[in-house]
Design a protein around this ligand. Structure first.
Ligand code: GDP
Ligand code: GDP
Length: 439
């Protein structure tokens, strides 16, 4: 389980600039793969070997200063509820403003670590102006320039030193625990609560109740249709929150948390609205966290169905989630109970596939022959020879291909190999990663 870091502060202090700087490297890789740039306020980053999730709260409010105050208060309260570490950004060039004060008052009450980042300290001259910010009553601060990067290393050093040592790959899968942990995620009103109620009922068919470490509800074992599973209880998280829950920022925050905890994300889409930007973001989030994914197109009962409705809808969604299209899509209705068993069955299957291990000899036999028939294109007159491949001993499927010139293997070829592996082995709904390494 990674720490979740929220960047808070009033508009224009440089939150987005800082966010982009902190996630730069990893984000660039993803956008290169998918070939699209998306406006995101969520990212993953790592520093000194520790991975963490980062949320930029800046993108969620628009308007004038007076509208802001209430919105920003809400966001800070949510961030304090749902995140582990807060970075409070202020602007050295404007000094302390009333909105900064508003934020500081909320932050002074928390026991969670708060880092004050005084931004736009682009040169040594501005260092002196920073002392004013002691008046925020939040203690130590970090002077940074998000534009040129100075000071951000010190900020990161301090932040990660406070994060627990976790094995990112394995903490979400309790060792020796084979039961899948599902998170039902999606936009407000998609039907998540209805689905969860249909699964666990009012009487909550609890088999055992193992106290979770962080939140006590997440390790509850449920049984339905003969399957044992755990549900990441976002409803439990919801109850805690003091603010109205339907704001976009909150649903993203909840999804980030729920996805971090789960093995398989059940992404619920409202059939009457189609697959929207927010759905795409949640999908991307799960994929980036290497979680299993099942898409449920819910409220299927509300659609006028013609011969090809399902097929068309499926095609539309696959276009939106490209290039990772090998994902099960199930059309459900929590009202008529249509395909709820199928939905659960599919999620269980995805969880199984996520721990598929392909024996090295079999993998080499199949893949090397295929590679021989379709070798990677030569680059600058040099031939790339792939000599060996193996699945890495990671909890989620990751593969290493060893080659003489690994740096020349391009994205389309990796995708070609991934698609072939998906045809040959069962990795439906499971993100897989392919690395090329020097042999
Ligand atoms: P947000 O509204 O808090 O997300 O702020 P933005 O990241 O959009 O930045 C607001 C403005 O401040 C933009 O024009 C940025 O280019 C500028 N800015 C951000 N960081 C720095 C910095 O470190 N130094 C200077 N001089 N300008 C900055
Ligand atoms: P959540 O916000 O994602 O938890 O969504 P809810 O479960 O609260 O459902 C939102 C609304 O959609 C409620 O009025 C539900 O009765 C309705 N709803 C949920 N699933 C279905 C469905 O499959 N078909 C229809 N017609 N309505 C549904």
């Amino acid at each position: 389980m990674n720490s979740i870091v929220a960047i808070v502060g009033r508009p224009n202090v440089g939150k987005s600039t800082l966010f982009n700087r902190l996630i730069q490297r990893r984000e660039a890789i993803v956008d290169d793969v998918s070939g699209v740039t998306r406006d995101r306020h969520y990212g993953k980053s790592d520093w000194n070997g520790k991975e963490f999730s980062l949320i930029d709260t800046g993108g969620y409010v628009e308007g004038s200063d007076d509208v802001f105050e209430e919105e920003i208060r809400k966001q800070v309260i949510l961030a304090l509820d749902e995140c582990d570490i807060i970075v409070f950004v202020v602007d050295v060039t404007s000094g302390i403003t009333p909105l900064d004060e508003t934020v500081a008052i909320l932050l002074r009450k928390t026991k969670k670590p708060v880092y004050v980042a005084i931004n736009k300290v682009d040169n040594a001259m501005r260092e002196a102006d920073a002392y004013e910010f002691y008046n925020l009553g939040l203690g130590e601060f970090y002077t940074i320039s998000s534009i040129n990067g100075s000071g951000t290393g010190e900020l990161l050093d301090a932040m990660v030193s406070e994060m627990p040592e976790v094995d990112t790959e394995s903490t979400d899968i309790n060792p020796g625990d084979e039961l899948p942990r599902f998170a039902v995620v999606g936009r407000p009103n998609a039907g998540k609560s209805s689905f969860i109620n249909a699964l666990i009922g009012k009487d909550r068919n609890i088999v055992t109740d193992i106290a979770g470490t962080t939140r006590d509800t997440i390790d509850t074992v449920y049984n339905k249709f003969g399957f044992d599973f755990k549900l990441v209880d976002t409803a439990g998280i919801r109850k805690k929150s003091k603010v109205k829950e339907d704001i976009e920022f909150y649903s993203v925050m909840r999804a980030v948390r729920a996805i971090e905890y789960c093995d398989v994300a059940i992404l619920m889409v409202d059939a009457t609205r189609g697959f929207e930007g927010q759905d795409q973001n949640i999908f991307w989030l799960a994929q980036k966290n290497r979680k299993g994914i099942v898409i449920l197109v819910n409220k299927w009962d509300l659609l006028d169905k013609e011969t090809n409705t399902m097929k068309k809808c499926e095609e539309m969604i696959r276009k939106e989630i490209a290039p990772f299209t090998d994902v099960p899509i199930v059309f459900t209705s929590t009202i008529t109970k249509q395909r709820l068993l199928k939905a659960l069955e599919t999620a269980v299957e995805v969880h199984k596939s996520r721990s598929n291990k392909i024996p090295t000899s079999k993998l080499n036999e199949t893949m090397l022959e295929l590679i021989q028939n379709y070798p990677p294109p030569a680059v600058k007159g040099k031939y790339i020879k792939i000599k060996y491949c193996m699945q890495l001993p990671t909890p989620t499927p990751q593969f290493a291909f060893f080659a003489n010139l690994p740096q020349y293997v391009r994205e389309p070829y990796k995708r070609f190999l991934e698609n072939k592996m998906r045809e040959i082995y069962d990795f439906k709904g499971v993100p897989i990663t392919i690395y090329f390494r020097q042999k």
